[in-house]
Design a protein around this ligand. Sequence first.
Ligand SMILES: Nc1ncnc2c1ncn2[C@@H]1O[C@H](COP(=O)(O)OP(=O)(O)OP(=O)(O)O)[C@@H](O)[C@H]1O
Ligand SMILES: [Mg+2]
Length: 261
Amino acid sequence: MIRLSGVSRTFDGRSGRVEALRGIDLDVAEGEFVAVLGRSGCGKSTLLRLVAGLLPVTEGEITVAGRPITRPRPDIAMLFQRPALLPWRTVLDNVLLPVEIFGWKRAKHRERARQLLDLAGLGGFEKRLPHELSGGMQQRVSLCRSLIAEPRVMLMDEPFSALDALTREELSGELQRVHMETSPTVVFVTHSIDEAVLLADRVVVLSPRPGRIRKVVDVTIPRPRTLGRNAHLADVAQVSADLHELLMERDLPAHAAAEGR
Ligand SMILES: Nc1ncnc2c1ncn2[C@@H]1O[C@H](COP(=O)(O)OP(=O)(O)OP(=O)(O)O)[C@@H](O)[C@H]1O
Ligand SMILES: [Mg+2]
């Protein structure tokens, strides 16, 4: 569904050249949930912006559903770290924003928008303005907005990182449910090992400067998963420990990293 071949991205800034990503090869299957895990600055957001068509690649090619990415597309939704709602528009009008941007009929999608808000526990808040909602509620509105176009691909850039731990867990649970029910293809950026283990079929671990794929780890724990006490506690702990080790390896000399140690 998503294919990255030899993708590199370099930024030329005032303070010199930054190689954000180098030689990324990655295939994400239809309906798969892939988490991208890495430390701050290793190129996670850059990777998502490239796939979203918000930023051109320096080298390589990205295709989604067989077509090269050249600009943002209605079948690909992006969810940012902050809710990024328009403060002067009501909750309902914020959810309907993509409908306007892509020039579709509002009336046709209004009912769907209400349904999504209901599902997200926001029924009755349609006419409120964003500042009247809590941070978690605002992020749920932006989740509804990203779902309104029924995207086949969802790109999520640390969508829950600004929230408190409980709200975060609740929303991850909700995302897991949405994914189990409608199986969109998801690429989910996070620096939380817990989130990656809870949600992903595969975890792509990036190493920094330049951002490269260090390892891809399969997570085969049956769903629905929880981080609390459950039958698969030992498996969860094992995968978490593996990911933790991979993330901590950053100070290895380049040749050792290249040999996969
Ligand atoms: N527009 C830009 N201009 C110049 N450099 C940039 C730009 N965007 C990103 N970079 C650089 O590219 C590298 C990767 O940045 P990116 O934002 O992708 O990291 P990240 O993994 O998302 O980090 P975080 O976890 O902190 O969000 C960094 O060194 C950053 O300074
Ligand atoms: Mg980022």
